[in-house]
Design a binder for this molecule. Sequence first.
Ligand code: PMP
Length: 370
Amino acid sequence: MSHPWLAARTAQFDSSGIRKVFDLAAKMKNPINLSIGQPDFPVPDAIKNAACDAIHADRNGYSQTQGIPDLRERLQADLQKEYGHDDRRVLVTSGTSGALVLAMMALVDPGDEVIVFDPYFVMYPALVAMVGGKTVLIDTYPDFRIDLEKVEAAITPRTKLILFNSPSNPTGVVADEAAARGLAQLAAKHNIALLSDEIYRLFCYDAPLPSPAHHNPNVIVVDGFSKAYGVTGWRLGWVHGPAAIIDKMTMLQQYTFVCAPHPLQWAAVAALDVDMSPQAAEYAKRRDMVVAGLRDVGYEVADTGGAFYVFPKVPAGKGTAQEFVARAIENELLIIPGGIFSGRDTHFRISYAASEATLERGLEVLRKIR
Ligand code: PMP
């Protein structure tokens, strides 16, 4: 609905597709919910207790804009060990989303072009639009791998930034070492910013994550606590990159978010000592189960190595993804049509952050409606 007070930029957003799915879900008695992008494991007690302790210890005021020193120094030490870059600095943010917003504000001027891989995380084109940038999509169907020649061909004098996400939401695909290195080198060659969204770093099942920041010291990396520790509601993330960029983002945080939630930053310090590999191993098992279950009955699914999503193709003759998902929903199965994440509406996203019993029920519906 429009209103005369609304700014022109608000006309560019439309969340009706995904809202329709959630509205339908709200009416169901016992939905098989494979639509949710958050872990289903409980937050480890050590992390919850650290949050409660911080609240009881009256650590409830503002923190330093850039984050509490204990957390920043710990993250910085980990970065130093992994990358060894002299100039890499860290900022604690209100979720990975907060880091993405600040990066857009710091880097993108109106009219600047931002390269985004299709399918993409839903927020990317919206964030680009919010700062007046222009999204340039690069199609990665059918295997969701990055074609470096296509990227180079898309670069123009207006290109400012490449947004890269691996493991990917919504496809679960992990870009290989050659793609990560190639993108890092292209960004350096053309002097453009490369932002690597590594929020699913823990959920990398077949090999450690190849990060472009290993190949270019100027790569900006966003990461977060939401997925790795099951604390999506805590709104905690961080970003690291060249000091000159991170310092400006810190200044922008001062005038927007102020700081990340203070008591929860103390819990984040505790979280960094908790081993989440058993949870990741469990998700690897579910990935195997879902991919095999889909392929057994003829679904086309790309090889996925991470996050907790698969992005199968709608079977031939079964209409658009919207139409296919409507049929799934009639059978109580909630999944998301690909058009939400893409210029195409030919695939659908399944989240396997759900119990094996729920996944089994979901696969049964998918067998039935294919
Ligand atoms: N990036 C990607 C690729 C995501 O999937 C998400 C969450 N769905 C985010 C960033 C944002 O995460 P948060 O703000 O909770 O850290």
